[in-house]
Design a protein around this ligand. Structure first.
Ligand code: IMP
Length: 486
């Protein structure tokens, strides 16, 4: 089923998302995972979510690599050093794997990954609660505060869980500024977060010190005992694997537009979800990667959380007002609801409805600058019934003069063909669309590129020529075999 000729005989390949996440990377990783000896994840944390369907039952995982289904074939899966490692979530996911009868004998955890601690989750949520309109719309999984500690050089690492005394000493140091910060706020807001039932944080609440140090140490040392046999130097394991010529698949999380370094700042996540961050997050270099597959949901795209979305169709107040929403409706809000429900566009981590818009080529051109050798178009079948497809080809800048440096002045009315990584600037971009007739036929049963409908082929070729990158795979449904190698 897998087209081996498009993959190298040895070496590393990577799957990254070129948009705002949720493009269906999990399926592609699972598919390409057949080729790999090792599958490694290097960025993000429990903010990510991927869905696995086993014997008709659906499981949502956040930290266990999507490639875990290959464990049964002896494939090693790795949670790398760049992942925001929440041991509580991982232990829950291992229990789900047990329940599903799936093995994880070859799962390895980087001993140097940073640990998500209760204070990270509390600070993330409290900040969002008090930010009002300027909130980022985070997933509330402690990601920002965790990476803040990383660069502030006060984080705790996975291996600290195996050394209780070290853990305690570092934890006390780590907590001090957070306690000060939380004590300066409305006590009720802080208590509310601790007591939110689904978070399971109430045991870590201390009436006067905010955090109960003993309770945190006890819980994390217990996680360490449970995970001990999986914790190892995975950076070294991967470096050796590269030398030995093993086949390595790097699994991205989130998307380039959310990258801390290249995303549309500041409405982004806190790790580098582009290829450089992914390679670094497993102890390798970008140069070790032979092919980067860039996933593109097309010809529509989605976003969750706040931030600019130039091609967004609209913001439905309540999807249930459109029980029979028509994907060809003249009312864009109804069309948005129809695409959302056809594509089941609800966040795997938070359940939030995903925002819906048309494919945006200036954003794709921007994001491919940071990696993507071949494109993988996903969820194409979602628009099977759509009679008219719109694709944003460029923007008209509609804002005050803005000096970009290097003698480049952005002026009102300028045509812009490559996005700019700034939320404020992007909020002044008005999309210009090219309209295509839809293919209006069922693609979900097609397995051969030659059999793709003519109108869809025209759109695929248009995307390829607009971003100077070839499409290698088209996904027409969630099942492994609903895949077309081009
Ligand atoms: P955080 O990563 O939880 O701090 O959230 C920062 C931004 O990234 C928010 O807009 C989130 O909705 C978004 N985000 C984080 N992880 C994902 C993901 O896996 N898919 C889509 N959006 C994400």
């Amino acid at each position: 089923m897998l087209k081996e000729s498009m993959l190298p005989k040895t070496g590393a390949i990577a799957v990254i998302d070129t948009q705002w996440g949720d493009t269906g990377k999990g399926k592609v990783v699972d598919l390409l995972g057949e080729w790999a000896d090792i599958i490694a994840r290097g960025t993000g944390g429990a903010n990510a979510g991927h869905t696995l369907v086993v014997d008709g039952k659906t499981y949502i995982f956040h930290l266990i690599p999507s490639g875990i289904l290959q464990d049964v074939c002896g494939t090693i899966t790795i949670i790398g050093n760049g992942v925001a490692f929440d041991p509580k979530v991982v232990c829950e996911e291992l229990a789900m794997l047990d329940e599903a009868g799936l093995s994880y004998n070859n799962l390895k955890i980087a001993n140097n990954a940073h640990l998500v601690l209760p204070p990270h989750i509390v600070v993330d949520r409290v900040r969002e609660l008090i930010a009002g309109k300027s909130k980022i719309g985070t997933t509330g999984r402690g990601i920002g505060p965790l990476y803040t500690d990383h660069v502030s050089r006060c984080g705790l690492k996975v291996r600290d869980m195996l050394n209780p005394e070290q853990f305690r000493t570092k934890l006390i140091k780590n907590l001090a500024p957070k306690i000060k910060y939380l004590q300066s706020l409305e006590c009720d807001t802080v208590r509310e977060v601790f007591q939110e039932e689904t978070l399971g944080l109430s045991t870590f609440w201390h009436e006067t010190n905010v955090f109960d140090v003993d309770a945190i140490v006890e819980a994390y040392v217990a996680y360490g005992r449970k995970l001990n046999h999986m914790i190892t130097d995975t950076d070294n394991l991967l470096r050796e694997a590269v030398k030995e010529g093993e086949k390595i698949l790097l699994e991205g999380a989130q998307g380039t537009l959310l990258s801390i370094d290249h995303g549309i700042y500041p409405m982004i996540t806190s790790s580098d979800s582009a290829i450089a961050g992914l390679a670094k997050g497993v102890g390798l270099s970008e140069r070790d990667v032979d092919i980067v597959f860039g996933i593109v949901k097309a010809p529509y795209m989605t976003r969750v959380g706040e931030g600019v979305f130039p091609t967004e169709l609209g913001v439905p107040e309540d999807d249930s007002l459109y029980p029979d929403a028509d994907i060809n409706s003249d009312d864009v809000i109804e069309q948005c609801v129809a695409i959302r429900s056809t594509g089941n566009e609800f966040g795997a981590t938070t359940g939030r409805p995903r925002r819906i818009g048309w494919l945006d080529l200036p954003l794709l051109r921007y994001s491919l600058q940071f990696g993507g050798d071949k494109l993988v178009l996903t969820k194409v079948d979602v628009l099977d019934k759509c009679k008219t497809i719109k694709i944003c080809t460029e923007y008209i800048y509609d804002g005050p003069d803005y000096d970009l440096g290097g003698s480049i002045l952005l002026r009102n009315g300028d045509i812009v063909s490559v996005a700019i990584g700034d939320d404020w600037i992007m909020s002044h971009m008005k999309p210009v669309y090219e309209t295509f007739p839809g293919w209006v036929s069922d693609t979900s049963q097609i397995r051969d590129a030659d059999k793709l409908p003519a109108n869809l082929k025209i759109i695929i070729e248009f995307i390829e020529s607009s971003v100077a990158t070839r499409v290698a795979i088209v996904s027409v449904g969630p099942e492994r075999d609903q895949t077309i190698f081009v």
